[in-house]
Design a protein around this ligand. Structure first.
Ligand code: SIN
Length: 502
């Protein structure tokens, strides 16, 4: 039985009182280096999902501020692109240092506006800071090529140059890490970037931008626009000066943004929805598989695009695995993420809770059994973790991304059938396979149609590795060396007349 900690156990002090450096709590947008209110004077409220209380407000900016941010970015572009890579790297290293120095405050901001447990917020800060550090290093390695030409009097150079003014639309589930994953490669490559963070989690974005400013990032290289998505989004996708859009969010919204970007043929990189299968073979190490499922499924209360959505367990191990998982998950404390020991925080909003309940009700109605948890009621935005046995392919939990702490266990006999079921989805972001036989694990891994495969690991997230999906889960890769290429154009220069006497 899970323990629920009453949200009222945490004192309702305001966010800035909880911070060592209260100036990190900014209630203004950052347009071209200036902290501003909305032109129309309007604001939107931001709420703590654990308590429902208002944390503060942010300017309801829209098209006019977006256009201004783009124009300022464009005027700052050449000077930034023409800086040496070393100078860009040094400013980014300073930014990284400031993020690490302020990690307690940044983690508090994340937990208060997003809800995840404070320990997970700290992990997110080091994950996000990792992108800043990594891309500060990659800034200096955007090597081109000298290509042997067919003609002896010709030289061919292929050089990498920044794509230009870029935009990033980022989600609420990792309010620091997703901004860092997009902005750090853009800035390292020499591109100014305009960020539209989720309206649920703007304060993390502001704090990150403020630290970039303190690190010496020139005005116009990083702007943050707050407010409802539509007005800002249509300028970012439609304006001809913006040459690249990076988006993390749903496949539905990704398709709309892609259509809008097509008018000006922008470069896009999208990380969209998932429906991750998690295969546990008969010969898996059960304890390792249990901790893998917990890491993947219950991180951020199941609100990640890469989290296990369908847990496929082979017949011979199914019952033992289910019991061990239920035992481990029953010890997870649910409550306000600021409380010590809490492992599962609130969901982001009530529609998210309703979706989780709808999935559980549908599964129970179609014959699944709740080994732990069940439909939540009267718990506000908190959902206790649920484990369902007897899940089948026709249930909503098999077809849609639940985005909550529900672990449906599907039983399979033959590995090839499990692979077919795993691939039977339009999504292809992450998948997982657990087996003590490397041969069997690789057999499965090679056949899964997903961009990232965790083998005997419930985690696929790291700044050093390519991150991204196949099929309707996205386009492009973030992180690793590939992440900076998304912000670089390849330009070929053909140089003739090289055989003339000097
Ligand atoms: C996501 O859920 O969109 C990102 C998860 C991660 O980077 O690990």
């Amino acid at each position: 039985m899970n323990t629920f900690v009453s949200p009222k156990a945490v004192s309702p002090t305001s966010l800035h009182q909880k911070l060592r450096d209260p100036s990190l709590f900014k209630e203004q947008a950052c347009v071209g280096g200036r902290w501003v209110d909305a032109d129309n004077g309007e604001t939107i409220p931001v709420y703590d999902p654990a308590t429902g209380s208002q944390i503060g407000t942010v300017p309801s900016t829209g098209a006019p501020e977006a256009i201004r941010a783009i124009e300022i970015a464009n005027s700052a572009y050449r000077a930034w692109a023409n800086q040496s890579a070393l100078t860009r790297a040094q400013i980014m290293e300073k930014w990284f240092d400031l993020v690490i120095e302020n990690s307690d405050d940044l983690a508090t901001i994340i937990t208060v506006e997003q809800g995840k447990p404070i320990g997970e917020s700290r992990t997110e800060i080091s994950y996000g800071a990792g992108f800043i550090k990594w891309f500060s290093e990659e800034a200096r390695r955007t090597y081109g090529q000298v290509i042997p030409a067919n003609e002896t009097d010709r030289r061919i150079l292929a050089v990498k140059q920044p794509v230009g003014v870029s935009a990033a639309i980022t989600p609420w589930n990792f309010p620091v890490a997703m901004i860092a994953r997009k902005c750090a490669p853009a800035i390292a490559a020499g591109c100014p970037v305009i960020v539209k963070p989720s309206e649920f989690t703007p304060f993390s974005a502001m704090a990150l931008a403020l630290l970039a400013q303190r690190a010496g990032l020139p005005d116009g290289i990083l702007s943050v626009l707050t407010g409802p998505p539509e007005g800002i989004g249509s300028v970012l996708t439609g304006h001809p000066t913006v040459r690249k859009l990076s988006f993390t969010g749903s496949t539905r919204v990704g398709k709309i943004l892609m259509r809008q970007c097509s008018e000006t043929v922008k470069r896009v990189s999208f990380e969209l929805g998932g429906n991750a299968p998690f295969l546990i073979l008969d010969d898996a190490d059960i304890d390792l598989a249990v901790s893998g499922v917990i890491a993947s499924k219950f991180r951020n209360a199941g609100q990640t695009c890469v989290c296990a959505n369908r847990i496929l367990v082979q017949d011979g191990i199914y019952d033992r695995f289910a019991d061990k998982l239920a035992q481990a998950v029953s010890e997870m404390k649910v409550g306000n993420g600021l409380e010590p020991g809490v492992a599962i925080g609130p969901l982001i909003n009530l529609p998210a809770v309703e979706k989780v309940n709808r999935h559980i009700e549908n599964a129970l109605g179609e014959g699944a059994k709740a080994l732990l948890g069940g439909v939540s009621s009267g718990t506000g935005q908190f959902c206790g973790p649920t484990i369902l046995t007897g899940a089948t392919a026709s249930m909503l939990v098999a077809r849609e991304e639940t985005f909550g702490p529900v672990a449906p266990l599907f039983r399979f006999k033959e590995i090839d059938d499990a692979i077919d079921f795993a691939n039977d989805t339009p999504f292809g972001l992450a998948a997982y396979a657990f087996s003590e036989s490397m041969h069997r694990a690789l057999y499965v891994g090679e056949r899964l149609e997903f961009g990232m495969i965790g083998i005997n690991s419930g985690s696929v997230s790291s700044e050093v590795a390519p991150f991204g999906g196949m099929k309707e889960s996205g386009i492009g890769r973030e992180g690793a060396g590939h992440g900076i290429d998304e912000y670089l154009e390849l330009k070929t220069m053909h140089i003739g007349g090289m055989n003339r006497p000097v």
